[in-house]
Design a protein around this ligand. Structure first.
Ligand SMILES: Nc1ncnc2c1ncn2[C@@H]1O[C@H](COP(=O)(O)OP(=O)(O)OP(=O)(O)O)[C@@H](O)[C@H]1O
Ligand SMILES: [Mg+2]
Length: 265
């Protein structure tokens, strides 16, 4: 059950896709999860277990038809400026430049022009896209598009960040830099983050709690606490870190095996 200290309260959520053609898919089955204000939560699970679906529901991009999702006590009724989402497939406006994409949300917020420009510059620079302000998405690599999408969402500074494999298309080095940058931003102005990833190491490095979902239909299989000192530069080499990575890995592996078995049937 939820209490007032929770910012995101997910209770008994089921979601079925009913496409016009083809068969129904039960994507989420009775998912409950409470997320505290300013908490950093990672979501892991095999492909197709409903991670994106859960983020869309919280973001208000899909209607909640069974169970309830409350944000700050209020049922989610649609998208809102309190929730910023970084989509798995970037979702940039193809007809706008990098700068135009980042400015878009800032214009909707009604910020004065000088401040909009300043913020756009800051975040484009932060994701390493200075010099590409006037490029269109079609002129960017996958990783660059992803970074543009991240800049767009971070610039709005939403209280809740919903990030769907935001670093999935990045090379290892850029990924490491973006992870550190995200933690730095989060420390500077703590937000509530729900971060989907396939990377166990990334999940344990970033998140205070790691939610492992089961193979379809998605359920919460386990919630692992990772109460680690993230300011410690040796963290990823520490026993505590490695033990948690191992624990999460074995849970994820079990589900990946189950997902494979379903496919074979
Ligand atoms: N629009 C849709 N219509 C029908 N079925 C859908 C639709 N979107 C998703 N699904 C199905 O719902 C299930 C969950 O999909 P979802 O995209 O949430 O999974 P995911 O955990 O994000 O996977 P991945 O790790 O590959 O991104 C999948 O079985 C998928 O086939
Ligand atoms: Mg997904």
């Amino acid at each position: 059950m939820s209490t007032m200290s929770e910012l995101i309260s997910i209770d008994g959520v089921c979601h079925t896709y009913t496409p016009a053609h083809g068969r129904e898919v039960l994507a989420l089955d009775n998912v409950s999860l409470q997320v505290q204000r300013q908490e950093f939560v990672a979501l892991l699970g095999p492909s197709g277990c409903g991670k994106s679906t859960l983020l869309y529901l919280i973001g208000g991009f899909l209607p909640v038809t069974q169970g309830s999702i409350r944000v700050d006590g209020k049922p989610v009724g649609g998208p809102g400026p309190d929730r910023g989402i970084v989509f798995q497939h970037f979702a940039l406006f193809p007809w706008k430049t990098v700068r135009g994409n980042v400015l878009y949300g800032l214009e909707k917020m009604g910020l004065p022009r000088a401040e909009r420009e300043e913020r756009a510059r800051t975040f484009i620079d932060m994701v390493g896209l200075s010099g590409f302000e006037e490029s269109y998405p079609s002129q960017l690599s996958g990783g660059m598009k992803q970074r543009a999408a991240i800049a767009r969402t971070l610039a709005i500074d939403p209280g809740i960040l919903l990030m769907d494999e935001p670093f999935g298309a990045l090379d290892a080095q850029t990924r490491g830099l973006m992870q550190a940058e995200l933690l730095r931003i989060w420390r500077g102005s703590p937000k509530t983050v729900m971060f989907v990833t396939h990377d166990v190491h990334e999940a344990v490095y970033l998140a205070r709690r790691i939610v492992v979902m089961s193979a379809r239909p998605g359920r919460v299989k386990a919630v692992i606490e990772a109460d680690l000192d993230r300011a410690d530069p040796q963290l990823t080499k520490s026993r505590a870190f490695i033990d948690i990575v191992d624990e999460v890995w074995s849970l994820v592996r079990e589900e990946a095996v189950r997902a494979e078995r379903y496919r074979a049937e």
